[in-house]
Design a protein around this ligand. Sequence first.
Ligand SMILES: Cc1ncc(COP(=O)(O)O)c(C=O)c1O
Length: 506
Amino acid sequence: MIELGKERIPYMATSRPSTSLFIRLDPRARGALQRQVYSGIQRAILDGVVGPGARLPSSRALADDLGISRTTTLLAVQQLQEEGYLSARRGSGMFVADELPDDLLKRRASRPRPRVTHPPLSRRGAALVAAPQGAQRLAGPPRAFRIGTPGVDLFPVSLWWQLASRRMRSVTALQLDYGEPAGLRALRVAIAEHVEAARGTRCEADQVVVVAGAQQGLDLILRLLLDPGDRVWMEEPGYPGARSALVGAGARIVPVRVDGDGLDVEAGTRRAGDARLVYVTPSHQYPLGVPMSLPRRLALLRWASAARGWIVEDDYDSEFRYGARPVPCLHGLDVDGRVIYVGSFSKTLFPALRLGFLIVPPDLQPGVVAARAVADQHPPVLDQAMLADFIVEGHFARHVRRMRVAYRERLEALEAAATRFCRGAITLRPTRTGLHAIADLDGADARIVSREAAQRGVEATPLSAYYAGRDTPVDALVLGFAAVRPEAITRGMQQLAAAIDAARRR
Ligand SMILES: Cc1ncc(COP(=O)(O)O)c(C=O)c1O
């Protein structure tokens, strides 16, 4: 025990927890001893264990009691003095300051927290918070039938690690400095070559802007191109992440229906012919899965030219097409520079990478790059360098080919399990692209099925979740098939069958 003014304070050098201790040195803790002594005394002062004006034991007495060197306690005490917690009185030692620097913070645990009222959020901020939370995703390990998560179990982690360690071994000073806001040139060149080979469109590397995933690309481009109140066509049903970004940009969203040919351009023209922009997923409509027909594509491009509107083409997963040739992207048909292409590596590689890209018309490029720099300068340079290596050395194309085979197997498992366990209860719509399928329910409400499925450890998202308006189908589910192995898909379908039974009985 050490006398501290009138109070008696126990000090012990131990790592064992004890309610009576307030300086506890943990020899295994990573923090330096000096830091631990500093925090112990500071906590005793802030918790009111030692009051203002109380005398502190000498640094020698502290050191003896704690079994550590005097220099350590001296340095800790000096720091507290410099910060205003302690004051020295000539000849009589060290005292707790009469006025503490943290008084204003009222950190003492026993005191009730004061109620602070902050000014409200901005109108834009409040709208963003109230928007459909499209950018938020389900957490936890992937399970059947998660949407949006690719087969991360098959990602070649050791190869990625080899590329990473090779990059780190040869890192240059330049690569540790700020990089180009448009993205690493080597990666932009690789992306331009990739979209020409795989997506049927041509662009210069200077038109490519690397972004932190498609979501950032959408947010960036919409804030750059739209004024609050501008009307924008949004696919109905559509991608909630895009809807949230539109809300964030202050757009007035005009839902435009999607049919078997994709976005209904005529309906959009009737409802808002003077719209500033349209958001579309023409290669594989999200979530219905239909490709946009050629007449519709041409009609959309004609509308954009006449109305001087922008088309934002989100081409998020069309590398995965089973048994048919890939549908070229809309960007490839654009001769007027109206289409802004949004690409992502979240589905082809893995979502945590947070890398995607925009292809923008040359005259828009400087604006996009300036906005990019305001947002976060640029994506991490070394990650971009590794991705460029991955593409240029042929690993990307190989991985996509391999995943196409794996996803086809998973889709077949989904179809087989649906026939086996849910015959007469669900009908899968024909699926030839992407990572999810639509399942029509016979005689059950999708929202109830979804709740019942969740109780059985299965994620079955109602299609209605993708609609903004009230006119929503209640009898269809969206089922992801990429995230887990065929066996897990089969087990998941068994659980889904039980969930449908339970929903029908309610
Ligand atoms: C329609 C659509 N666009 C884009 C993305 C990709 O977003 P990000 O690159 O931000 O991961 C997704 C992912 O689920 C999506 O479904």
